[in-house]
Design a protein around this ligand. Structure first.
Ligand code: ATP
Length: 303
């Protein structure tokens, strides 16, 4: 019997994010190129004899009840399978919160994976993804991970070949952004063609393993809303470019900014500048990381 599991819930960035249209029901249809990065929340699961779910996190402002997506993930499977034992979830957050990196969705994905394994439920990855979408549109992707095209409201996924590696600098400024507000403020009819990234061209570049092609296609239509409201995002993008990034973009609805660097020395210097240097006030959390790829990992790989 499995009594203890340690899981890594990786965050994501969007190499491309386009909004195609607003549906009658208010949801937005998107086309996004998703990429997992090696910044993760550390999640510990312990099986307990006492019934129920107990969750704790290292951040005082995060919910430890049903409002936490990780809690809801455990509950979904435990209710469905009538599990009588309990589970204790310890969550250590490193992925910036409410930042466009799908932290909550990734926690939910890892916990679905972990509860399935711990209690021997026998669900396939596909079956976990079908349940995950009830928790949030990005959850199925966080189960799949790697490089993928995401369409519909985020639930239609096409796995893509792994991205060529480079250094990925991630910086989260000290501003808060509401995803709901950003989507509601997006004025699609007023935008020119240049505001929309060419997702098909980016997909073609990824399939050709052409990193500079990907860099030339980086684009996020939500920048048209988030950047004018939070100029620090543009400042961060400019700083990364000035320090030798091949390209730089806002992830999701923001405010996290990432820079892609083929020059490792430049990436390290830019990291140090944002973390400890004269630009340290621009960002609250800074990580120098790399892409996480599915390549070489068998289906059902340990999270
Ligand atoms: P996305 O990239 O999908 O837009 P995000 O980065 O904007 O995600 P999250 O960090 O996933 O957003 O969480 C946003 C809100 O959800 C937070 O304000 C928080 O209160 C709530 N939340 C619930 N569960 C979690 C969790 N496990 N981790 C982080 N936030 C959570």
């Amino acid at each position: 019997m499995i009594r203890h599991l340690e899981l890594k819930a990786y965050g994501k960035i969007n190499l491309g994010l386009d909004v195609v249209r607003r549906r009658e029901d208010g949801y937005h249809e998107v086309r996004m190129i998703m990429q997992t990065v090696r910044v993760y929340d550390a999640i510990e699961l312990n099986r307990t004899e006492e019934e129920g779910i107990r969750l704790s996190t290292n951040l005082y402002y995060l919910p430890d009840n049903e409002n936490n997506l990780g809690y809801r993930a455990a509950k979904l499977l435990m209710d469905e399978f009538g599990i009588r034992d309990g589970v204790e979830i310890k969550m250590k957050k490193f992925i910036p919160v409410a930042a466009g990196m799908a932290g909550g969705s990734s926690d939910a994905a890892a916990i679905l994976f972990g509860v399935n394994k711990m209690f021997g439920l026998g669900l396939s990855k596909q079956e976990l993804m079908e349940r995950g979408v009830r928790l949030g549109a990005d959850v199925p992707y966080c189960i799949m991970r790697g490089t993928a095209l995401s369409e519909g409201i985020g639930e239609i996924l096409t796995p893509l070949p792994p991205m060529p590696q480079c250094r990925v600098l991630i910086a989260k400024p000290a501003v808060s952004v509401s995803t709901k507000h950003v989507y509601e403020s997006l004025n699609l009819p007023s935008l020119g063609a240049e505001a929309h990234p060419d997702i098909d061209a980016m997909r073609a570049a990824i399939e050709k393993k052409d990193l500079s092609g990907v860099v030339s296609q980086l684009g996020n239509v939500l920048e048209t809303v988030t950047i004018p409201e939070n100029p620090v995002i543009q400042t961060l993008k400019d700083k990364m470019m000035e320090m030798g990034a091949d390209g730089s973009l806002m992830s999701g609805s923001g405010p996290t900014v990432f820079g892609l660097f083929t020059n490792q020395t430049a990436a390290q210097a830019a990291y140090e500048e944002l973390r400890y240097g004269s630009s340290q006030d621009l960002a609250k959390q800074v990580y120098l990381t790399s892409f996480y790829n599915r390549k070489g990992h068998a289906d059902g790989e340990q999270f």
